[in-house]
Design a protein around this ligand. Structure first.
Ligand code: SF4
Length: 531
């Protein structure tokens, strides 16, 4: 047995004299023998096969999933556009959850079960379609984002390994790119998946396209005159964007074409509807399936306009974290040599680059948004969100959404951005339990105007969650109606006069037009604008 494994990491071991080390080693050996582990004690090491080689690239199919449906489709298309064989896995459902629970560790958070189980379910499906396990392991991989951090997101890759092993797919490769790693994630010359500027540019294009297409649809659908017309436009738009990404053609041109498609949807925005902002844990608020009981669709069925969180917010938050951490490190007495330490680096240069990345990202988002017709969309200022939240949730606390969820709720009340805020809190989520159930109760008490609801997504509580949402929606409907009536009083316009004015305003009638934000409800804003 190698004693070094037992002793070398022990604090203070190196400071012992040779004689003391000898005594210590002999004692440790004796104890190990008494426990019967002397022969078998070896450090556990997870093989964790992740990559594939350039030679394999042509026959490897990369599967992708985990974001909104539009974004998943666009990511696959963007990577196909740079030479990979990429396909999109279906949105995780109850069957995925069952697989996750069967093959995952006990006590995981719900998104882990859903996402890990979705891969297992999918691989089983491939096997059922006639592929052997060997073929699946040899010719297929799964691409996902990884992270380091205090919550379970940092251990997803290990969960994938366990579930794959226990379900008979040991050796199946989960290809991971670190969401905070950027271009530093050097890949060897032989690696089939190259995490180079082309890869990240393609991802950013897919993310931005996914965001603006989704935001357009969520803005238009609640006010469509012909039911189903927005979804039809969304489908057509997705196809255009997929084609542009696959063929490496201009995505902006595709956006301009999507704009014409969306413009053909007829809308009536003079219907007072509660604006419901969906925040919470990243995956649970983003998925559009069983993982959050189809929350967005349910809210729209209940008469809401849903304010979703675009992926770009998450990227802005990551940039904010990096700028903040670098600034804090600069306050240390001397530069530290840790992995992210500043020793031998130029911190100002790093901050300048991160800020430039932020400006570029916001600029690109605006370009995509303006081209597709998503006018006046407000991206949160992460410094403001951090300072709003700081009093209640320390900015140094990370994991999950960090302070962002708290800041977003306060911002939404103070700036009148929504009538109601729902926080999606996955069962077993560590950060969400502290925020949605804990700190947000304080914020709701401090801002009595807030209609706030935290819902827990355990996978088996759909009716319970929906009934709680319905009860809160009753209040939100009343709030939206009252706001609309107040706007009528202020402007002196009744509904008939407003409709008459609208029929005469080509600009205000346009589908891609969005009245400037003053109040939470779109109908009330439309009325103010008409007046
Ligand atoms: S934030 Fe919560 S739900 Fe999401 S990965 Fe971490 S622990 Fe799981």
């Amino acid at each position: 047995m190698k004693l070094g494994m037992l002793t070398e990491d022990l604090e203070g071991y190196d400071a012992l004299s040779d004689k003391e080390k000898e005594e210590f080693d002999s004692y440790a050996l004796k104890e190990a023998a008494a426990l019967g582990v002397a022969e078998s004690l070896t450090q556990w090491f997870d093989e964790n096969p992740q990559g594939f080689t350039k030679d394999e690239k042509d026959h490897i199919t990369i599967w992708n999933s985990g974001l909104s449906w539009s974004t998943d489709l666009f990511v696959s298309a963007a990577l196909r556009g740079i030479g990979y064989h990429v396909k999109t896995m279906p949105v995780p459902d109850q069957e995925s959850l069952r697989n996750g629970k069967e093959f995952g560790n006990r006590g995981q958070c719900n998104p882990t079960y859903f996402t890990v189980g979705n891969l297992i379910k999918h691989l089983k499906g491939l096997e059922a379609s006639g592929l052997s396990k060997e073929e699946i392991i040899k010719n297929h991989t799964f691409l996902t984002a990884g992270a380091c951090g205090p919550c379970r997101f940092g251990t997803y890759v290990t969960e994938y390994r366990k579930a794959l092993r226990d379900s008979g797919f040991e050796g199946f490769r989960v290809v991971l790119f670190q969401q905070q790693g950027g271009l530093k994630q050097a890949t060897g010359d032989e690696q089939g998946l190259e995490l180079n500027p082309t890869f990240f540019r393609s991802l950013i294009k897919a993310f931005l396209a996914g965001d603006v297409v989704n935001l357009m649809a969520y803005r238009i659908r609640p006010y469509e005159v012909v039911p189903g017309s927005t979804n039809a436009a969304l489908e057509q738009s997705r196809e255009l964007v997929i084609q542009a990404l696959e063929e490496s053609k201009s995505v902006l041109l595709a956006m301009a074409r999507c704009r014409r498609i969306f413009e053909a949807v007829e809308v009536n925005r003079l219907q007072p509807k509660p604006m419901v902002s969906v925040i919470g844990e990243f995956w649970a608020m983003t998925t559009e399936g069983d993982g959050n009981y189809h929350l967005q669709r349910f809210l729209e069925q209940e008469g809401a306009e849903v304010a979703i969180q675009p992926l770009v917010n998450w990227v802005l938050f990551i940039l904010w974290e990096q700028i903040r951490d670098t600034q804090r490190r600069m306050e240390l007495r001397e530069d530290d040599v840790a992995r992210k330490g500043l020793s031998g680096k130029e911190p100002w240069k790093k901050i300048a680059m991160l800020r430039a990345a932020r400006v570029a990202l916001v600029g690109l988002f605006k370009l995509f948004a303006n081209t597709i017709g998503l006018r006046g969309y407000h991206l949160p200022n992460m410094d403001e969100i951090a300072s709003l939240a700081h009093e209640h949730y320390d900015n140094e606390l990370r994991g999950g959404e960090g302070h962002m969820e708290v800041g977003k709720l306060i911002d939404s009340v103070e700036e009148n951005r929504a009538h109601m805020v729902i926080s999606v809190k996955p069962f077993g989520c560590m950060p969400s339990s502290g925020v949605s159930d804990g700190v947000q109760s304080l914020i709701s008490a401090k801002y009595p105007k807030a209609i706030f609801l935290a819902i827990e997504t355990s996978g088996d509580g759909e009716v319970n969650v929906q009934s709680r949402v319905q009860m809160m929606m009753f209040k939100a409907h009343q709030r939206a109606q009252a706001e609309f009536e107040e706007a009528m009083e202020t402007t002196g316009l009744d509904l008939e006069q407003a409709e008459e004015k609208l029929s005469r305003s080509w600009r205000a009638r346009r589908t891609i037009h969005y009245p400037p934000h003053k109040l939470a409800g779109t109908a009330a804003n439309q009325l103010l604008e008409l007046a």
